[in-house]
Design a protein. Structure first.
Length: 286
């Protein structure tokens, strides 16, 4: 039974999840200590970098939302509207729909999204420059391996990327606008309310991890040579302009390492055990 990620997140309830997704067999293995050590370094480095850029840390929210009708009561994204300007957040998240994709090495039962909202009069230029500086100057990622996926509305970032020696014509894959709006998967358009109609224009940030030398993905979704490590909001009014980074994806770009799905299950269950009632959606992960 094939269900896309957006549909099953909308279904959300444990009953729908149990009917649609396969059960997990076997127990979790021990944590991948090498990855987790590198991941801890990534988090420390992110905190230091954002502090250097003048951002304060905002406290993360519980992974249990109390809304069982959406994503089984698990937090599926950081709350754009609740994050104050000039702050960043490292938010633990889990998506019930990811159980259906757990064979992919870059899909984890628990992951962390780092969101940041600059203050003041912010433009797409500001958010793009912030993301590129963070990745290249602070984390030392190779600019020749960075590329972007967006929609035709991103053309106003052409001069911005060209000025940073990331030629727009070579580095940006532009998706069909109607297809991106229908997919609602963030690389081109982001919906602050996943069930709403308002959206922001984004550029998905990808990093080449394969051995070939293509400057940007040739098609969408990109091949396994590319991993998405973040999103840049370049146009939007519903929530503040900002950036987001997948902390585990960034660690993978830096080290080439991932933990297995089972090696992250214990960490997910530990999040739920921290004094919160168990959301119904957690049953899909057992």
């Amino acid at each position: 039974m094939a269900l896309n990620r957006r549909k099953i997140v909308q279904l959300g309830t444990a009953a729908a999840v149990g009917a649609a997704l396969p059960r997990i067999a076997g127990g979790a293995t021990s944590q991948n200590n090498a990855f987790e050590a590198q991941f801890a370094d990534t988090l420390d480095h992110l905190k230091a970098a954002f502090g250097k850029f003048g951002f304060a840390e905002s406290k993360s929210l519980p992974i249990a939302t109390g809304n069982a009708d959406y994503n089984g009561g698990l937090r599926h994204d950081f709350d754009q509207g609740a994050l104050p300007s000039d702050t960043y957040i490292i938010q633990p998240l889990a998506r019930v729909a990811d159980v259906d994709e757990k064979a992919r090495p870059d899909i984890l039962p628990l992951f962390h999204e780092v969101g940041c909202h600059p203050g003041g009069a912010v433009s797409g230029r500001d958010t793009t420059e912030l993301m590129v500086r963070l990745l290249t100057e602070e984390f030392g990622l190779d600019p020749t391996r960075i590329a972007f996926v967006s929609v035709p509305q991103a053309d106003n970032m052409r001069a911005v990327l060209d000025a940073m020696d990331l030629p727009f014509a070579e580095k940006v894959l532009l998706r069909d606008e109607a297809e991106a709006l229908s997919a609602r998967d963030a690389s081109g358009f982001f919906f602050p309310d996943p069930l709403g109609e308002y959206y922001q224009v984004t550029m998905g940030v990808y990093y080449r991890v394969g051995d070939q030398d293509e400057p940007a993905p040739a098609t969408y979704p990109p091949s396994a040579n590319w991993t998405e490590i973040g999103e840049i909001i370049i146009v939007g009014e519903v929530a503040p302009l900002g950036i987001s980074i997948g902390a585990e994806r960034l660690t993978y770009a830096l080290t080439g390492q991932y933990p297995t799905w089972d090696q992250r299950l214990d960490a997910l269950f530990a999040q739920i055990d921290m004094g919160h009632a168990e959301p119904p959606g957690i049953a899909a992960f057992r």
